[in-house]
Design a protein around this ligand. Structure first.
Ligand code: SAH
Length: 253
């Protein structure tokens, strides 16, 4: 039996947002690997061994997946959203690069998923309709100075900015600092969207202005979208506006 390794995205939460390709891989898998919370999203079944682990053990997890695939197992590594966005796919390739040379010739596939920024954007309109970027606000894997530099330059370039990992109990101040810095670079009227637990029953989405954005509206399951100076609101009777960024931009000031 020849093994393989699929690095799969489970989407933002709802089952109907998992692609059929990922569902197929999960149905054929002998081993499931990932952060325990994501592994728990896949139903148990006979013949499937589940290896849940702590969120910080990415490289160990990747090496385990590669060893099992080399032994002939059919292995699926799961991430939330898309596995290539601040998630396990890069960790697996890092392990491939430094690991046993035979790992390079394994059957390794990345199966895309719907990333939180796309799920969140779709809920409120089309805020990512023009140029945008995604920034991981966590300074676990990079210095905070680099986060600040990227935020400032992204705002100066007038990108819409999707902020992943906006805060956690171990990183309580970073999002507040990010808003402070962004207020120095952008009009205070730009929309800021707090999209929490998108596609889950506890989903909550709120749009405020950068002026009124406060960090404690966010938690670990929140994606924060910062509009560009062109991002627009269409007010509606429900009080929940559509938010979109027009397809075209004129010359910048
Ligand atoms: N690979 C994932 C991102 C992992 S980083 C993806 O592509 O979506 C984890 C961060 O993703 C969280 O801190 C949060 O910012 C965001 N996130 C993941 N699921 C989410 C959801 N259902 N709703 C809102 N944000 C989510």
């Amino acid at each position: 039996m020849s093994g393989w390794l699929a690095i799969a995205g489970l989407g933002p939460g709802a089952e109907e947002l998992i692609t059929p390709e990922v569902t197929d891989a999960l149905a054929q898998a002998t081993d499931l690997i990932g952060y325990a919370r994501y592994v728990a999203r896949v139903p148990e079944r006979a013949g499937l061994t589940r290896h849940g682990s702590d969120n910080r053990e990415e490289l160990d997890r990747a090496s385990l997946a590669l060893r099992l695939a080399a032994e002939g197992k059919r292995v699926v590594v799961v991430s939330s959203g898309d596995p290539g966005v601040f998630a396990m796919a890069a960790a697996v390739f890092e392990a491939v690069e430094v690991g046993e040379s035979s790992w390079r010739d394994l059957d390794i596939r990345v199966l895309p998923g719907i990333s939180a920024m796309f799920a969140a954007a779709a809920r409120i309109g089309a805020p990512l309709g023009h140029d945008f970027c995604a920034i991981n606000l966590s300074d676990n894997l990079k210095p905070w100075e680099l986060v600040e530099r990227r935020l400032r330059l992204a705002a100066q370039a007038d990108f819409v900015i999707a902020l992943y990992n906006p805060l956690s109990s171990a990183r309580p101040w970073q999002l507040g600092r990010a808003f402070e810095l962004l207020r120095e670079e952008l009009p205070e009227s730009v929309p800021v969207i707090f999209a929490s637990a998108v596609s889950d029953i506890s989903e909550a989405i709120e749009t405020v202005t950068l002026r009124d954005a406060v960090a404690d509206r966010a938690d670990m399951r929140t994606l924060v979208l910062i509009g560009s100076s062109r991002t627009r609101l269409i007010p509606r009777a429900s009080g929940k506006p559509f938010v979109y960024t027009p397809r075209s931009a004129g010359s910048s000031s």
